[in-house]
Design a protein around this ligand. Structure first.
Ligand SMILES: Cc1ncc(COP(=O)(O)O)c(C=O)c1O
Length: 353
């Protein structure tokens, strides 16, 4: 169907990603887009303030050298193992175009981050989805077949389920002819990062974001870790698209965030502790909650409809995320772990409902 004669063929065919709502109403309990309930480190705020000045007339460093060196040091890697972008969504987009477009189909789970099929549509990438198990787990054996690449989040989204690092390594040992991308947006809330495997597997690309555990969704910074050849592919795409994806604020703020380990540890531990309490509270209300390694949980009630629960929570000023498709997850609620007070408000509202 032609939507507009002025649009290119690819735009006519696109089905864009729909991000979670950013409400304009104040005082909502916002548990719908997996942001951190705690603000960024005070050192980040100071670094941002220090950037306000005459230098804003100058372009930022196109290669974000200081930030890449800081990230490399944090992970025990070299700067040429690091690529940075405007949020991990941009890093992912470049990876799809640079590394995952081949004749054989790209493989990813049937229930996963819903941006992946959107990138495939944008770049014309053939893909096949692999069903999660009955218990919503990724089974590596299902991926051991010829492919043009493999991508999944770990922990997976929106399920929150974590894949053991040993299982990923089993895939990497068998899958040596195509790139394996592990999207670790939520890894700091309970999992072990694959960053330490980058030196051993030249086909591994690990993607991180500062939007979640570093409380900087508003600054838009994400990065990839991988063999220098993979990183160079991303740089080639970036320099054919936008030379300055990170502005001066993003670079300065991200450096400060990566350096403030104490703040990072304190806030992520707090989120994990609140998550554990929330899981217990929802269990008492009869919810089935999938084991979560993330800053969100995925839960369903055996008697209450997922869409209706979401609507009734909203009437009470609490927003969470509900996916009506695929049918297999249509009864689940995806709830971001907020502060203790926010989670308590959610539990009280669910009790009333
Ligand atoms: C699995 C996963 N990957 C990547 C992202 C993108 O994060 P950002 O673009 O903010 O870095 C998200 C955002 O929610 C996500 O859930």
């Amino acid at each position: 169907m032609i939507l507009s004669k002025f649009w290119s063929e690819v735009v006519n065919r696109l089905t864009p990603y729909v991000p979670g709502e950013q409400p304009k109403i104040a005082n909502l309990v916002k548990l719908n887009t997996n942001e951190n309930p705690y603000g960024p480190s005070p050192k980040v705020l100071a670094a941002l303030q220090a950037e306000v000045g005459d230098n804003l007339r100058l372009y930022p460093d196109p290669n974000s050298d200081r930030l890449r060196a800081t990230i490399a040091e944090y992970h025990g890697l070299a700067p040429n193992n690091v690529f940075v972008g405007n949020g991990s969504d941009e890093v992912l987009a470049h990876a799809f175009q640079a590394l995952l477009k081949h004749e054989l189909p790209l493989l990813f789970p049937d229930i996963t981050y819903s941006f992946y099929p959107v990138y495939c549509g944008l770049y014309g990438i053939a893909f096949e989805t692999i069903a999660l198990t009955e218990s919503f787990e990724i089974r590596i054996d299902d991926y051991l077949r010829p492919n043009g690449g493999v991508i999944f989040p770990n922990p997976n989204a929106p399920t929150g389920r974590l894949l053991a690092l040993g299982e990923l390594e089993r895939l990497l040992q068998a899958n040596t002819d195509s790139v394996v991308v592990v999207d670790e947006a939520y890894i700091d809330f309970g999992g072990e990062s694959a960053a330490g495997l980058v030196g051993s597997y030249p086909q591994l690309l690990v993607i991180h974001t500062l939007s979640k555990a570093r409380s900087l969704a508003g600054l838009r910074v994400g990065y990839a870790l991988g063999h220098p050849d993979l990183i160079e592919a991303l740089v080639r795409v970036k320099d054919s698209f936008n030379s300055y994806p990170l502005d001066r604020f993003a670079q300065a703020g991200a450096i400060a965030a990566m350096q403030d380990n104490d703040y990072f540890e304190a806030t992520r531990r707090q989120v994990i502790a609140t998550r554990n309490r929330l899981v217990a509270d929802l269990g008492l209300l009869g919810f089935e909650v999938l084991p979560s390694g993330a800053n969100f949980i995925f839960a369903r009630h055996p008697e209450k409809d997922g869409a209706q629960l979401t609507a009734r929570l909203r009437e009470r000023g609490i927003i969470i995320r509900h996916f009506s498709k695929p049918v297999r997850i249509s009864q689940f609620l995806r709830i971001t772990v907020g502060t203790d007070e926010q989670c308590q408000a959610l539990v009280e509202a669910l009790k009333q409902i």
